[in-house]
Design a protein around this ligand. Structure first.
Ligand code: PMT
Length: 224
């Protein structure tokens, strides 16, 4: 079947936000709904891939036939991602991972301090998951996303290099009706040599086009 071009290929996809705890009841996070990553997982499974979906906290049901691993923080997503690399051909980083976490997580709920109007929370850098995947000895074919609010092409190409990935799918998240927590998306996909544009459409249609680009680039790379 020409529509089953990922038969037998192991694909890992990260999706959703991460939550970085401040205390037992509070956290830092972002507006990722998981929809883009879950659409990729659903379509990839339908075209024959064995899909592992590493998901942050989202309100979505698991697509049929997809293996789902739930995580909360960036550190948990990092561990789940690296421990599956032995059996991974293609890794797609669609999650909106928090770049920073609180240096210390308060054991008890933080109290409002009478007479003190400012609170400083020290943040420390989280590991870069896709960068650690792409520099691993069992390196899969690597696809990152780039969420940008300006200078899309320049910033995306910079991330392509810095994160040592094969493809980067950039979305303009300043535009209304696409990107974070919406039904639709549009992507500009860059390899080191080429650019492919996917125009605004439902996330499932966008996922299907992106997976086609990935399969072509993956095949090219495997031919050497
Ligand atoms: O979930 P939805 O509501 O459907 O929205 C989809 C989306 C907008 C979240 C998605 O399309 C998207 O752009 N995901 C990446 C969001 C992001 O965090 O982008 P970034 O430019 O900050 O990160 C670049 C890349 O590095 C991403 O592949 C990210 O997964 C990865 N990363 C970032 C930080 C980190 N510590 N580890 C990472 O692996």
């Amino acid at each position: 079947d020409k529509n089953s071009y990922f038969t037998g290929v192991n694909i890992t996809i990260t999706a959703g936000p991460t939550q970085e705890a401040l205390d037992p009841v509070r956290y830092i996070s972002n507006h990722s709904s998981g929809k883009m990553g879950f659409a990729l997982a659903e379509v990839a499974q339908k075209i024959g891939a064995n899909v592992t979906l590493i998901s942050g906290p989202v309100q979505l049901s698991t697509p049929n036939g997809v293996t789902r691993l739930n995580v909360t923080s960036a550190l948990e997503m990092h561990q789940a991602s690296l421990s599956g690399l032995k059996n991974c051909d293609i890794f797609i980083a669609c999650a909106a991972v928090a770049d920073y976490r609180a240096e210390t997580v308060a054991e008890q709920k933080m109290k409002k301090q009478p007479g003190i109007d400012e609170l400083t929370i020290k943040l420390v850098k989280n590991p870069d998951i896709i960068k650690d995947v792409s520099n691993h000895q069992n390196r899969p074919f690597c696809v990152a996303f780039a969420a940008e609010t300006q200078h899309l092409e320049v910033y995306a190409k910079d991330k392509l290099k810095r994160k040592n990935v094969d493809l980067i799918a950039a979305n303009d998240v300043a535009k209304n009706g696409q990107g974070f927590n919406s039904e639709k998306n549009a992507l500009s996909v860059f390899s080191s040599e080429e650019r492919f544009d996917i125009t605004l459409a439902d996330k499932k249609a966008v996922a299907s086009q992106l997976l086609k680009i990935i399969s072509q680039q993956y095949a090219l790379k495997n031919k050497g």
